[in-house]
Design a binder for this molecule. Sequence first.
Ligand SMILES: Cc1cc2nc3c(=O)[nH]c(=O)nc-3n(C[C@H](O)[C@H](O)[C@H](O)COP(=O)(O)OP(=O)(O)OC[C@H]3O[C@@H](n4cnc5c(N)ncnc54)[C@H](O)[C@@H]3O)c2cc1C
Length: 304
Amino acid sequence: MNTDGVYELIIIGGGPAGVTASVYAARKKIDFLLLAGDIGGQAAWSGDIENYTGYQFVTGSDLTLKFEEHLRKYKFPIKESEKVVDISKQSNIITVKTEKDEYRSKALIIASGKRSLELNVPGEKEGKNRGVAYCATCDGPLFAGKDVAVIGGGNSALDAALQLTKIARKIYIINNTPALGGDKIMRDKLIKTANVSIINGAKVEKISGESVVSGIVINEDGASKEIPVQGIFVEIGLIPNSEFANILEKNELQEIIVNNSCETNVPGVFASGDVTDVPEKQIIIAAGDGAKATLSAFKFLMRN
Ligand SMILES: Cc1cc2nc3c(=O)[nH]c(=O)nc-3n(C[C@H](O)[C@H](O)[C@H](O)COP(=O)(O)OP(=O)(O)OC[C@H]3O[C@@H](n4cnc5c(N)ncnc54)[C@H](O)[C@@H]3O)c2cc1C
């Protein structure tokens, strides 16, 4: 930070994109601050990762440990659990407001990724941390030997269900389309698993329970029925963490629009990874994008 309290660069996000952006910034000796809700991001929620080059197989938690080890090798300020709520730019200085403080920089990289969508049905809000969960990797072990429902039919739901097959007694996959989507390899594994029951074409109406979740009410062909479960994993998709970036152009999905150098419509503000409109959302793509964003920010800082 210079004497006016201005960093050269601020990086928002501690997922694969933000961690890689930080490693590149540290190696370029940029004076920067990392603001991250957590370290690992969605990568930490993933069960089995089989597509990150160099690892034929790694769990999300082990890969996150490796990311963290790499990050901590360098000395730079990190503010964890500090949620960014607003960004603005005036006279070439960017201000990043968090729930606790305010920071200033000449350049900014946004790598704030995505978060889970909610079901928005009665009982969901009340059931949070009482049986309703959004991350099988984080909360799956709490449901050992219990009956659970996984809501969704895409890769996130299949990944969650596969993780739960080793923990829970019975897993109901409740999917509102006629057939499961996602990767065939995961679908095939689930179909062959004895403690998995797949219910296609069903809509969730309500989550029931007094102090803890006791069941889920679904509607199949116009008829409502309750399935007794103690855990419900909501895996219906993700939305970008881009609400705080009001000065930036976004697409209809609320993803930040970037060019192939990770530049946004505001000079000096870069974005990378899942929060952007890059077409594919994967760990290796986000990590590569984070590297690209720092190299672009470095060039911007050299020019200005
Ligand atoms: C269940 C699941 C399984 C997956 N499995 C695989 C897989 O096997 N292989 C694969 O390649 N990809 C997989 N993915 C996708 C992959 O995890 C993502 O593409 C990748 O993590 C995106 O990285 P990111 O850094 O862009 O964002 P994220 O990983 O979403 O990280 C975002 C970071 O920003 C922080 N943040 C968010 N908002 C704010 C804020 N307002 N202020 C400060 N910090 C903030 C978060 O705390 C987090 O640190 C999976 C995803 C899920 C959900």
